[in-house]
Ligand binder design. Sequence first.
Ligand SMILES: Cc1cc2nc3c(=O)[nH]c(=O)nc-3n(C[C@H](O)[C@H](O)[C@H](O)COP(=O)(O)OP(=O)(O)OC[C@H]3O[C@@H](n4cnc5c(N)ncnc54)[C@H](O)[C@@H]3O)c2cc1C
Length: 264
Amino acid sequence: MAVTVETHGSVAEAARALAQGGVYLGGGTGIMRGVNAGAVQGRVVRSSDPALRVIRSTADGFSLGAGVTMAQVLGERDLAFLHAAARSVGGPQVRAMGTIGGNLFAPHPYGDFATALLALGARALMASGSPRNLDDLLRDRDRTGLVAAVEVPRPRDPRAFGFVKVQRVKPRGVAVLSIAAHLPREGGRLRGVRVAFGAMGPAPLRASAVERVLEGATLDAATIARAAQVAAEGLTPPTDPVATGWYRASVVGVHLKRLLERMV
Ligand SMILES: Cc1cc2nc3c(=O)[nH]c(=O)nc-3n(C[C@H](O)[C@H](O)[C@H](O)COP(=O)(O)OP(=O)(O)OC[C@H]3O[C@@H](n4cnc5c(N)ncnc54)[C@H](O)[C@@H]3O)c2cc1C
């Protein structure tokens, strides 16, 4: 079967077209592999809507069009809190084309930027106009429509947000795992903690056991040790050519400890 590419002038039209079947093309860094290998066939839908590339500030943060690239994020000084995550995605060519919308749907072990968005409590604005929190969207990626934008709350204290990607091939390898932690404090105690792991499941996910340890605690050596101890609790990380699931589960606590120690 041949591949036909349709370009629609608005996100809404692209969403309507997708409802008839086909696959959406963002920057194409992931999907073009499938097209070239013959694994993606039939309709490929894209949108040239300029709104997809817009970054704007909102009352409590930023709205990033789903077609915003990693390179665009890196070019925005106000998005400095997201730079480590954006810089961790592939090399310069991938960052020039790869979009934040595509990163939400990139298969394991990809999704480093999505991991950061999840820890920040970002939500997706669907082409239908309805919002969806990323926890739900990432849990059920197969049955999701077109994402038009992602709304990212601004961390009140940028030092309360940390990100690390663990890789074996330097400087640009795929993730053994990635960790993003948002640790706001009130009166010295952690309040509203969100910690997310990438490459520790089929899609980026919340580190629930870690969050339970950290919430309401002070970020001291004893708390960090307890958080590290439970890091892999309830998780069954995948095995792939980069690392076995056993290895991922064994080292996640070590890397979480190092990240949290930097955030004390
Ligand atoms: C050499 C190489 C290295 C890479 N390294 C990394 C890495 O280190 N970390 C990492 O996280 N990723 C990596 N990737 C994967 C990929 O490049 C990125 O995840 C990128 O952000 C995907 O964005 P894209 O726009 O190119 O997605 P596309 O390839 O266009 O699409 C990917 C998937 O997302 C869907 N999609 C795209 N946009 C939307 C939308 N708006 N709404 C709904 N669905 C959508 C598509 O239908 C498709 O299923 C790498 C890829 C390559 C080729």
